[in-house]
Write a protein of this length. Structure first.
Lengths: 114, 114
């Protein structure tokens, strides 16, 4: 079945440091891939997405590239800010095989220190 | 601005009580979902619905039921609350017509069962 594995947290960085959060997936079809972010006290919101191999999703300085050969979708940001402190979820959706469901990773908590 | 609202942000109930959690979306979405979020476990799908009066079990449906009488409203019911149902409950919705399944989340209800 489909699954998502992401690196365990928490990740603690200083402001302006480089961020990588690793995510790999298993899917039988050709899924769409997502990163969602959850700020404290809020629900999840979509951060970025990629719908086919080699697509790069980007938003708010974050980027992730859909790598079919390594089944990965790692999240990166060149210079994090304190306001980026949140929980990040990697996710996949594969409508032909999974219907309308989305499979989420366990989440990675990021702390950014001033 | 698109919106998913949940009836309560915080709820405290006693063991054995019947608990209703309500979710309303204003985006005319066909699909609605209930998840629970627990530390280290990420999001786990309880039930989902892809049409009025339709429901499908997710990964952890035991102890829960749902109701979808109107397109915009999806209710989660705990027939007899137990302490192991203390958790954060998240509602989400998505549209069928999109080629990818972005989900829109409510702010969550933190339920404590004493």
């Amino acid at each position: 079945g489909n699954s998502v594995t992401q690196m365990e947290g928490p990740v603690t960085l200083s402001e302006e440091a480089f961020l990588t959060i690793n995510c790999t997936y298993t899917a039988t079809g050709y899924p769409s891939l997502f990163w969602y972010v959850q700020y404290p006290g809020e629900g999840l919101q979509l951060l970025l997405k990629a719908t086919k191999a080699d697509d790069k999703g980007s938003n708010k300085g974050f980027e992730a590239t859909y790598r079919k050969e390594t089944t990965s979708f790692h999240l990166e940001k060149g210079s994090v800010q304190v306001s980026d402190s949140a929980v990040y979820f990697c996710a996949l959706s594969d409508t032909p095989t999974g219907g309308f469901k989305t499979i989420f990773g366990a989440g990675t908590r990021l702390f950014v220190k001033a | 601005d698109v919106k998913v609202t949940q009836s309560s942000r915080y709820l405290v109930k006693r063991t054995g009580e019947k608990v209703f959690l309500e979710c309303v979306q204003d985006m005319d979405h066909e699909n609605m979902f209930w998840y629970r979020q627990d530390p280290g476990l990420g999001l786990r799908l309880i039930y989902f619905s892809y049409d009025v009066k339709m429901k499908e079990k997710g990964d952890i449906p035991e102890g829960y039921s749902v109701s979808r009488e109107k397109k915009e409203r999806f209710s989660l019911i705990l027939e007899s609350a137990s302490t192991n149902q203390t958790s954060m409950y998240l509602c989400a919705s998505s549209a069928t017509y999109r080629s990818y399944n972005e989900q829109f989340f409510g702010p969550g209800t933190r339920l404590t069962v004493l």
